[in-house]
Design a protein around this ligand. Structure first.
Ligand SMILES: Cc1cc2nc3c(=O)[nH]c(=O)nc-3n(C[C@H](O)[C@H](O)[C@H](O)COP(=O)(O)OP(=O)(O)OC[C@H]3O[C@@H](n4cnc5c(N)ncnc54)[C@H](O)[C@@H]3O)c2cc1C
Length: 481
């Protein structure tokens, strides 16, 4: 009997031990942080929290991960991007691309072909210098170099992350005014404008000189090269989703975020979200809102962002993009290639925006290819018109550059982004100003992440996600649950 009791006791102890161990394991897995938004910023936040041993729950409103990183497959091996296209060398996203061993395309040069004065200037030369020689007279080239040197000096000043007296003055004028002050030739001025407006997706009159200078980084100090994921940028998102082991919910639209700080100084967060028509809630210690800046307004925050934070958000200007894919007969390439080389992308100022065309030649036996336009700024706003009208107008514009182009177009697909698809900093603002710095501060257990924290591109999204994770981890390390 005693033996049985002893055995029973041992068994019970074992069961209890196992129960308490599994309870502890379950407790250890319980999300301490809720990440709202499953775009790059949100996924980087969740991944970096995991790296620091902090479990999180990711809630994404859409039916797919990745937000503005979006690849579409058209079958028969045809695929194209309708969100992020290019990843530049210094983009911190490259760290993850390497970590996840994502195969990349061959590097591309930062300069693109341009369409100016009704003429295509293809960049198919071996060097940027040879391309510039095809565009500029020696005097024009000297003017461009003078501007570039000044731009480099000012860009280096921005790297300290705060406004210097010189930058504070430049924040008061537009990028257009600043470039015009160099009195460059109309062609050089136009060349600079073409390179800038497609990046900021807005008119150069509407953005501050400091923000514009920050956007020039790819052309400075010997230029950067850019790449994209060989099998589509969506594969980067897939790799993040696979690497993040914690719970992740698609179709979870967050509508309300309530926080409070207890007497012990710790914060509690309740996040309300609608999933399949049912309102649910989840609790944690911290929340990271990784949604685009214009979507912050759609989430009730109790307490709200501070007045300063709202002014920082509401003072941003909107950059606009629409992506158009034409499915083209590859026979078009006999018109499009220049000396057998791909001239894309081509920068234009007008309804076509950036003609990304295609960046790789078709495989043998391939009969169709995806041909991409990245329409930006005011021309993108015209996309409120019926798509069939716009299609006709775009094809007519393409026919002007490559007569007969339209006869090769088999299908057209439009991807309209929100009218504030990218953030911008108007005259009087820049990512370096104090108002903007307020967005990087904690607000009762709530942290913001997203491209707009630092820039208008994926580098800002990645940086903000990483920094949010580092800040949250530091606070949670001091207050174990
Ligand atoms: C057409 C286009 C081309 C671009 N090209 C480039 C490029 O070549 N290089 C580059 O570096 N950058 C480029 N960008 C910018 C880049 O794509 C973005 O900066 C980056 O992807 C933003 O990531 P994010 O996580 O901050 O935001 P997002 O990707 O927008 O992710 C935010 C997520 O939050 C979700 N969400 C919003 N509200 C809620 C809610 N209430 N509840 C739950 N979830 C919510 C959204 O559905 C979304 O998935 C481009 C952008 C566009 C639109």
């Amino acid at each position: 009997m005693s033996t049985i009791r002893t055995m029973l006791g041992k068994g019970l102890c074992g069961v209890l031990l196992a129960c308490s161990l599994s309870a502890r394991a379950a407790d250890a897995d319980r999300p301490r942080v809720i990440v709202v938004g499953g775009g790059l910023a949100g996924l980087v936040t969740a991944y970096e929290l995991q790296e620091r041993g902090i479990p999180s729950l990711v809630l994404e409103a859409g039916t797919a991960w990745g937000g503005r990183v979006a690849t579409v497959e058209y079958g028969k091996g045809l695929r194209a991007e309708y969100g992020l296209h290019e990843i530049w060398d210094k983009n911190p996203l490259m760290d993850y691309v390497k970590k996840f061993s994502i195969p990349l395309s061959e590097p591309e040069q930062p300069y693109s072909s341009v369409y100016m004065d009704g003429k295509l200037f293809p960049y198919v030369q071996d060097t940027a210098a040879a391309f510039h020689a095809s565009l500029f007279t020696p005097e024009e080239r000297a003017g461009y170099d003078r501007w570039l040197k000044e731009c480099e000096a000012l860009y280096d000043e921005t790297r300290a992350g705060a406004l210097t007296p010189r930058l504070a003055e430049l924040q008061k004028i537009s990028f257009a005014k600043w470039v015009e002050s160099f009195r460059l030739s109309p062609r050089v001025t136009e060349f600079i404008r073409l390179g800038l407006e497609c990046e900021v997706a807005a008119d150069w009159d509407g953005i501050s000189a400091v923000y514009g200078i920050m956007q020039e980084d790819i052309f400075l100090h010997g230029t950067q090269q850019c790449r994209h994921a060989r099998d589509g940028n969506g594969t980067i998102i897939d790799a993040f989703v696979k690497a993040i082991r914690g719970p992740k919910v698609l179709g979870a639209l967050v509508t309300r975020v309530v926080r409070a700080r207890g007497a012990d100084g710790k914060t509690r967060v309740v996040v309300h979200y609608k999933e399949n028509g049912v309102m649910r809630s989840a609790e944690a210690e911290k929340v990271v809102l990784a949604v685009p800046y214009h979507m912050l307004h759609a989430i009730q925050m109790e307490p709200s962002l501070t007045d300063e934070q709202w002014r920082a958000v509401d003072g941003l200007s909107a950059g606009t993009y629409t992506v158009v894919h034409f499915i083209l007969d590859v026979a078009a390439n006999k018109k499009l290639l220049v000396d057998g080389k791909i001239p894309f992308p081509v920068l234009t100022r007008g309804p076509l925006g950036v003609i990304y065309g295609f960046l790789e030649k078709p495989e043998p036996g391939q009969t169709e290819e995806a041909f991409t336009l990245l329409v930006h700024g005011d021309y993108s706003r015209s996309y409120l018109e019926p798509r069939d009208k716009i299609r006709g107008r775009l094809l007519a514009e393409l026919d002007k550059i490559w007569p007969g182009f339209s006869s090769f177009a088999r299908e057209t697909h439009f991807y309209g982004h929100h009218p504030a698809a990218t953030p911008g900093w108007p005259v009087g603002r820049s990512p370096l100003d104090e108002l903007h710095a307020s967005l990087r501060a904690e607000n009762v257990g709530l942290y913001l992440a997203g491209d707009y924290l630092y820039s208008s591109h994926s580098d800002g999204a990645v940086r903000s996600g990483r920094e949010a994770a580092v800040k949250v981890a530091a606070v949670l390390a001091k207050a174990p649950r």
